[in-house]
Design a protein around this ligand. Structure first.
Ligand code: UDP
Length: 377
């Protein structure tokens, strides 16, 4: 049995941040990672056409958290990148989030001011004081017609559930705008790491106090590593407890099937991401990686995303049923000493990247109050 100060399961955002924090604090850290690479789902690499692509879907960093922004800048240069998404609706490309252009293009309107757009939304929306699910959330914001065209079927494809079967928060991730702003996010800081995310993680983890064991499933070797000071687990929470509360009802996750294609042409589509919210195709969106950072290549790489049930869990499925099951695991998790559950899968929460950074930083700060350079708000 090996003695380690800090044992971390998973080399994604949460694992990497905690490793860096503890290593800087003089602790010996071991990360055990099942995959053959670091960076979790942020992992990217140069493909054969010299295009930086992400293995597990596009990752757009955005945050309003000064602490997170300050933290990530230590490990990479970043270039400003305001993400935009186009949706293919009724054979037209329209901005999502819904804005003035979306409504004008789809309904032949001639809205030119915020007042007119607000009035249009007011006429079309179906108000709910406190939307109880994703359907009410969208109806409350944009009304039935846009709900049908842009949200209902995309959501069914993404989650295999209709919006009414999901928490309102899932659909409320996307704002609605009464102006021409066509950015996907409104955050103060929106940027991508120069050189990509894998390099960012390499830099976060570049500390002699950190050892990384790739290609290793923790559950295969856990007996060898039972002598830790603290354990940070970032994998699926139910796996940690051997699915003990999942006999009748399993905690649900969604995964993505990425179907990649190289095309011998300059560009395939006008934008990095084009969403397909209709029923005519099975995929949810097409990503053309070349657009990110305006990369140059004779060819282009496009990736279709098909969301599926089986496979690596990427998304928790936020709804009351899953929350109930998760709560049982959480109760177990809270009883353990020196074992901490961190990140999207271990907390069963649909965190954005910056929230994952923030939670890991907060956890370290709360556990190690005396550490220097604690990233506290
Ligand atoms: N969504 C939708 N239509 C779209 C884009 C998103 O209905 O064109 C809904 C869908 O339910 C999705 C959720 O909004 O799961 C959140 O979208 P987001 O882009 O944040 O999802 P992610 O990029 O994390 O997959």
């Amino acid at each position: 049995m090996k003695n380690i100060d800090i044992l971390i399961i998973g080399a994604g955002i949460s694992g990497a941040v905690l490793a860096e924090r503890y290593a800087s604090f003089g602790k010996k850290v071991l990360i055990i990672e099942k995959r053959d690479h670091i960076a979790g789902n942020c992992y990217d690499y140069m493909d054969d056409n010299g295009i930086l692509v992400s293995k597990y879907g596009a990752h757009l960093f955005h945050t309003n958290e000064e602490i997170v922004w300050k933290y990530v800048q230590q490990f990479s240069d970043w270039y400003p990148w305001e993400h935009k998404v186009v949706a293919r609706v009724d054979d037209k490309n329209v901005p999502i989030p819904v804005n003035i252009t979306t409504v004008n293009t789809l309904f032949g309107e001639n809205i030119t001011s915020e007042e007119e757009m607000s009035a249009w939304l007011e006429t079309n929306r179906k108000p709910f004081e406190k939307p109880a699910n994703g359907e009410e959330a969208v109806l409350n914001r944009v009304g039935k017609v846009l709900y049908e065209k842009m949200f209902k079927h995309y959501t069914k494809k993404q989650w295999d559930k209709f919006p009414a079967e999901l928490d309102a928060s899932v659909l409320e991730r996307i704002p609605v705008r009464s102006n021409y702003d066509d950015r996907y996010f409104s955050d103060k800081y929106q940027a991508l790491p120069k050189g990509g995310y894998t390099q960012l993680f390499n830099s976060i983890l570049a500390n002699n106090n950190i050892e990384i064991l790739l290609n290793t499933d923790y559950f295969d070797v856990m007996d060898e590593y039972a002598g830790y000071g603290k354990l940070f687990y970032t994998g699926p929470v139910d796996r940690f407890f051997d699915f003990k509360h999942s006999m009748e009802e399993k905690l649900e996750y969604r995964s993505i099937n990425f179907v990649s294609e190289t095309l011998d042409q300059q560009y395939f589509q006008e934008n990095s991401v084009v969403n397909y919210p209709g029923m005519e195709v099975d995929f949810t969106r097409i990503i053309e990686y070349k657009h990110f950072g305006n990369q140059q290549s004779e060819k282009t790489t496009v990736v279709k995303e098909f969301t599926v049930d089986g496979g690596e869990p990427y998304y928790p499925v936020p709804n009351p049923r899953n929350q109930k099951i998760y709560d049982k695991y959480k109760e177990e998790a809270d009883k353990l000493t020196d074992v901490y559950f961190v990140g999207r899968l271990a907390n069963y929460k649909y965190f954005n990247m910056d929230q994952a950074f923030k939670n890991a930083l907060d956890l370290f700060a709360s556990l190690e109050e005396t550490a220097p350079e604690n990233y506290k708000a």
